[in-house]
Design a protein around this ligand. Sequence first.
Ligand code: FRU
Length: 509
Amino acid sequence: MHVMDGFVESEPLAKARSYEEHMEAFIDLADRPCFHLSSYVGWMNDPNGFSYYKGEYHLFYQYSPYKTTWAPMHWGHAVSKDLLTWRNLPCALAPDMPYDEYNGCFSGSAIELPDGQLLLMYTGAGANGKRKDGSPRECQTQCLAVGDGVNFQKYEGNPVIDASSLPEGSSSEHFRDPKIWREEDGTYWAALANLGPDKSGQIVLYRSEDAFSWQFDRVLSRNRGRYGIMWECPDLFKLDGKDVLLLSPQDMLPEGHEFYSGNGTLCIVGHLDQQSGELVEETVSSIDHGIDFYATQTLLTPDGRRVMVAWMQNWDATAGLMRARSWFGQMATPRELSVRNGRLYQWPIRELEGLRMNQIVHNGITVDENPIALEGVCGRVVDLLVDIRPEDEGDLYKEFVIWFAQDSRFHSSVRYRPAHGSLEVSRIHAGSRRAYVHHRKCNVPGAPAKLSLRLVLDKYSVEVFANDGIRAMSMTIPTEVTADAITFSCKGRAVLDVEKYDLAKSVDA
Ligand code: FRU
């Protein structure tokens, strides 16, 4: 079927699009996050192709429309003017070529070409040869598709990068997730994740004059067995005078309260070595210290903000989840990034404040061990700001807790212990019947006695930001939205200032 000049909808793409049309009637918006993008139908993982194009933000995502578990990947697609109110567009890519039809169109990114078209650069997960057990061996190559913001034609020269251009011994099975950008001199660059000759992750850079013909440039950063094994989803950018590399390692080992086992996230703040071009690491930390946060991707907004999105989920938890809904997977709230004193700070995009309504303020509230509710402070789609300080500077409280998504049976919590500076999120009692991770701790640098917390709730998730965003912790919660109480308690005595807003979808975005 011809949809636009030169664009032919393949059978797998046409099938996905007509399935979406058919499912539209069954989509219950009331049962979805309000301002977090969730999969249209079926399964969502990584954000892809996060870009600003023809006056709108485009956010694509790893997508399996027909079921709520991972299956050969399509690219789902949505657009927004404020990064919070999303309009779904038809499925953008489907596995339909020899180089991507084995496991699908894996993660990638997007950029506007000088001729006004939008270029998608993604990993084709094809197959090449067989493993010892006879199963096909996956072969990952980098591919392009060009389009008008709705329909994308795969490039006839695909794949444009394969593993033969990598340093000897690098893997062709683990070579993925191109993040493309353009330098001021007009050259295109792409950062890619790869398993290096030492069987440990490495980030490699490619360069191109025209975005179609690519040359290997250099290895930017090497894991050397330190942070997990394979690295995924790299993103490299300059911010506040530093070079910042974000990535998502697989198979992490725990380290204090900074890193946990499983899939994690990593922020390397450093500078590019003048001679080798390698990234010299100054600080290395988790990006988000909560439970559900992976596969970040950033863009630069037209007004110059570096904004990050991520999949608000954790791979190891996805297998055990009960899927009562027709969708699975949502993105984290887009966050504005900054670097101060070598550390990454993140804060919900300022557009979120445009969704605030029904302001409630309570100042100077003393809290002790008896949990208290404050008039008007409840809800599941909420922006909650809480400043906590000891009642008596000489008598530090032991532990302060915000309980939320609460009813007589269920609750989740955020807990702060100033003596250790430890901040903990817990969903132990949120209603999960599965035995995956239900709580996480991190340290707030400086262990301040005075702490400012911001909780962003959107039905089935909470994102916690501490002290200006020096720490962020994200977690999904399964609790029914009728559990909407919020209460406060303290071992010892603390004084609170509380500001609370309901958040509503903007109508004119
Ligand atoms: C990260 C990831 C990517 C890959 C995609 C496949 O979550 O494993 O490396 O491109 O998911 O869906």
